[in-house]
Write a protein that binds this ligand. Structure first.
Ligand SMILES: Nc1ncnc2c1ncn2[C@@H]1O[C@H](COP(=O)(O)OS(=O)(=O)O)[C@@H](OP(=O)(O)O)[C@H]1O
Length: 370
C-alpha cells in the first residue's frame, strides 16, 4: 500500500509543496467509521465497503439478520458477526451503531483510525423528520416539520424518549451521549473533549467533497478510493422548507448538536489550513469532481439520481422510509463485465451491500434478506 502522499496533485505544485518534499505514507487499512444518521453516512459506508473489497479486508458486520450493529442499543462487541472466533482482528467497521469506545476497541485493532461525520443540525432535522415521519412519535403527531419546530415540547414527551431519538440531538445520541441532557457548558465542553480524544477526524457533510479530500490525506488513500455517487438523497418535492425563524428554533431545540457541529466545523477548517492548505484542497476537490463526472458518464443511463419508481433493477433500489422518495441509479446496459462490476459497487445501496459482504465473509450463515 505504499505510495507518495502527493501523487494526485497533478503537474502544477504549490509553493508550499515544492518546499516540503512529499512524505511517503502507507494507506491505513484499519478504520472505524461512526455512521451517524442523515449525514451522508451511507455514501461514506459505500466508500468503506469498496475499499474493504479492494484489499480483501475483514469487515465487522452486524450479526445474523440485522443491518445495524445493535442500534439504538449501546454497542457491545457481541453485535458483530463472528466476534467470538475472529476477536480483535477486524479491519473495517462502519454500520450504524451507538458509540461505546471500550467495546469498539475490543473489536478493532489498536492502531485503528477513528472518524465520523456531522451535518448542520438544521437540514439534518428536516431530513430526519421526513425520513422517520412514520416511526417517531413526535413526528407522527405533528403535521409537518414547521409545526413540530414551532413547539417541539407539545409533541415530544419523556415517555417516548427511546422512540424519539431522531427528533432531538441525534448526533449527540449516536456518539453515545444523552440527547436530552441539560445544555451546560462544563458538560458540553467535557463531551467535545472526549470526542476529540476518541476520534482522529470529524468530517462535515455540508462540505462533503472537501471532507473526502481531507479523509484521503488522513488515510493516505488514492483519489479513486474516495470517488462516490451521492446515495440516499431525496427527491426535491419531499424536502420541506424552513423559514429563518424555524432555523433559529432548531438551533435552540437541538442545542447540543448545534454546539457539536460548530466546534467540529471550526476544527475541520483549522485542520485543512494546517495540513493541505486551501489551495491544494481546491485543486483536489476539482480533480475529485472531474473524476466523479467521468465515472457517472461511464456508469449511468441518466447522468443523475432518479426517483424510486424509475429504478429499473430492484437490486439497486434503496430502502424507502417515511414521506421521503429516496433516489437511486440506473446503470448503462452496454457495459463490459469489468466496468459493470465497478459501477455496480458505486450504486449498491447500504442494505444490499451489507447483505452481499455478509454472504462473502460468512458463507455458511443464512444470507441477510433485504
Ligand atoms: N455526498 C453527499 N453530500 C451531501 N449530502 C449527502 C451526500 N450523500 C448523501 N447526502 C445526504 O445525506 C442524507 C442521507 O444521510 P445518510 O445516508 O446518513 O442517512 S441514513 O441515516 O443512513 O438513513 C440525505 O439528505 P437529505 O436528502 O436531506 O435527506 C442525502 O441527500
Amino acid at each position: 500500500f505504499f505510495h507518495m502522499k502527493n501523487k494526485n496533485y497533478g503537474i502544477s505544485k504549490s509553493h508550499e509543496e515544492l518546499l516540503v518534499p512529499p512524505m511517503p505514507c502507507r494507506a491505513k487499512t484499519n478504520v472505524m467509521f461512526l455512521k451517524t444518521h442523515k449525514t451522508g453516512s451511507s455514501t461514506v459506508l459505500n466508500i468503506m465497503f469498496r475499499f474493504a473489497e479492494k484489499y480483501n479486508l475483514t469487515v465487522a458486520l452486524p450479526a445474523d439478520q440485522l443491518f445495524h450493529l445493535g442500534y439504538p442499543k449501546t454497542f457491545v462487541a457481541q453485535f458483530v458477526e463472528g466476534f467470538e472466533t475472529i476477536g480483535q482482528n477486524y479491519n473495517i467497521m462502519c454500520n450504524h451503531l451507538r458509540f461505546n469506545p471500550l467495546e469498539v476497541k475490543r473489536v478493532m485493532a489498536a492502531n485503528t483510525f477513528y472518524f465520523s461525520i456531522l451535518r448542520n443540525p438544521i437540514p439534518l432535522l428536516e431530513s430526519s423528520y421526513v425520513y422517520y415521519k412514520n416511526n417517531v412519535p413526535s413526528f407522527r403527531s405533528s403535521r409537518n416539520v414547521k409545526e413540530f419546530v414551532a413547539s417541539p415540547t407539545k409533541y415530544y414527551h419523556p415517555a417516548d424518549y427511546r422512540e424519539n431519538i431522531y427528533a432531538r440531538n441525534i448526533m449527540w445520541f449516536d456518539f453515545g451521549y444523552n440527547n436530552n441532557a441539560k445544555d451546560d457548558t462544563r458538560y458540553t465542553q467535557a463531551v467535545l473533549k472526549e470526542i476529540e480524544q476518541n476520534f482522529h477526524l470529524i468530517l462535515i457533510a455540508d462540505y462533503f467533497d472537501e471532507s473526502m479530500i481531507l479523509l484521503k490525506h488522513a488515510l493516505c488513500w488514492d483519489l479513486d478510493d474516495v470517488i462516490y455517487f451521492k446515495l440516499n438523497s431525496r427527491s426535491r418535492d419531499t424536502v420541506q422548507t424552513l423559514s429563518p425563524e424555524d432555523e433559529e428554533r432548531i438551533k435552540a431545540w437541538c442545542s447540543l448538536d448545534w454546539k457539536l457541529y460548530l466546534h467540529f466545523n471550526q476544527s475541520f477548517w483549522r485542520r485543512i489550513e494546517k495540513t493541505i492548505g486551501l489551495k491544494v484542497l481546491e485543486k483536489e476537490v476539482d480533480n475529485l469532481r472531474t473524476r466523479q463526472k467521468e465515472l457517472m458518464e461511464t456508469c449511468l443511463s441518466e447522468q443523475e439520481a432518479v426517483r424510486k419508481d424509475q429504478i429499473r433493477n430492484r437490486a439497486f433500489l434503496p430502502f424507502q422510509s417515511g414521506a421521503a422518495d429516496i433516489l437511486g441509479y440506473n446503470l448503462r446496459q452496454d457495459l463490459d463485465n469489468r466496468t459493470m462490476r465497478i459501477c455496480e459497487k458505486m450504486v449498491r445501496p447500504e442494505l444490499q451491500y451489507t447483505s452481499y459482504l455478509y454472504a462473502v465473509q460468512h458463507p455458511h450463515k443464512k444470507r441477510k434478506e433485504v
